[in-house]
Design a protein around this ligand. Sequence first.
Ligand code: ADP
Length: 491
Amino acid sequence: MAASEAVPYAKTGGLADMVGALAIELTKSGHHVTLLMPCYRGRATGEARQLAMRLSVPVDGKSIDVTVEEENVPVSGALHRLRVLFVRYDPYFDRPGLYQQDHQDYPDNLERFVLFCRAVLEIVRGLIETRAEKVDVLHLHDWQVALCAVYLKTLPYEYKGLDQLKVLLTLHNLGYQGTFPGQEFVKTGLPPSLFSPSGLEFYGAVNCLKGGIIFSDAVSTVSPTYAKEIMTAEYGCGLEGVLASRADGVVGITNGIDVVTWNPETDSYLPAPYTAADLSGKQTCKRALQRELGLPNRDVPLLAVIGRLTFQKGFDLLVEMIPELMYLDIQIVVLGAGDHQLEQQFIASKAGYPHRIGLYLGFDEGLAHRIEAGSDVLIMPSRYEPCGLSQLYSLRYGTVPIVRRTGGLADTVVPFRPSTVKSRCANGFYFIDASPDSLLSVLLLSIHVYKERHTWQSLIHAGMKADLSWDRSAKLYVELYQGLQSRRKES
Ligand code: ADP
């Protein structure tokens, strides 16, 4: 499995959660998983790393020497071990950010991930040829590693020993395709003929994700609804035609969550534990959160926002409605970072209502847990959402999600309706139009329902008892891998 981020080592968003948790879950069920990722600055590690390999990697006509460090993570006690291999090349990866600094992408991101992709393939070659290991499937995640598929399938002479390797590419977000100016194509080291509309060219630019979609043996994404949506111009971000031209389509598998890390009963970030049967600890968490973010301890609905502040997430719809919402007796807490204008809007809202709005601009894992636990409602008005994890955490923490009906949000939130309330499966609310008015209507409804304690409790309980673990989804990935394996036997 190759990815640019994975918990607990490096994270900017849900990709890291998914990759780390899936790798552990597969290992737990007895599969031999090796996770490959770059070695970034500030390596959070519990175990000593050992030097595993020295490699020479071709990048932009040069040969770059990199080292590979190995860590073996005990899983299920020490019954199984997940092997993590870190590609270390400090000039590229020993930097303050993963992909950017001060809101600016690193100008050499293409070279950085070309190097990483080439290193991944050299490592796989080393495992097969030097260590005589068997590698069945290479599972790639997102644009940063998509070029692995392109090198493997288009440079057969360079990767002779790997011709049986099957490649699965998982798309976590079509909004990030790894596009670079056309003149940078030469840095990929690929044949110039591949810089064409049937290859990596995308309106004159280089598009890494497009290459991965074309050359992988199978493509999946992180929810069934998003798998359908990305076939349309509205959600395909220009790649809908390329996706639709894949004869085998795109498989949608909804992400699970790491139910050990995200467990209100044992979460060490929380001031008090709680369960569905005894929610008193949740009240303690709420009061502590109010104090932490400078809000008075009042028993009013506490609405939360957690996430990257980008257009995708639709938080602008909420910001616009804050003056109206402030007519209601509610509090709002916001944790996020990103778009400068949106950050400024939240700062201005906080300044206008200092005792009603709590704000932390930045990335803080512990605070994310405390907000999930201490809030009553989580708002995710995403314009699109491949899967979304925050709403899954909120279900597990008894915080009722209000979401826009799109992608994984549509697949995981059972909306409040008379019928779903009656059958006790309603666990949240959704709205359809990406407009501030639609969001406001559903917020008003939720605050009304909040006052009906019995109904609200049933929403909380439906969310908390849902099986959100990786168990089921990991099995679907195994089926996908096995399908690729049988293709290998046929070919
Ligand atoms: P995406 O991957 O698009 O960012 P997801 O909902 O799939 O969105 O995953 C977001 C993950 O990142 C969640 O684990 C969430 O708690 C975390 N997260 C997002 N922003 C922050 C932040 N500012 N501080 C801490 N955690 C954050």
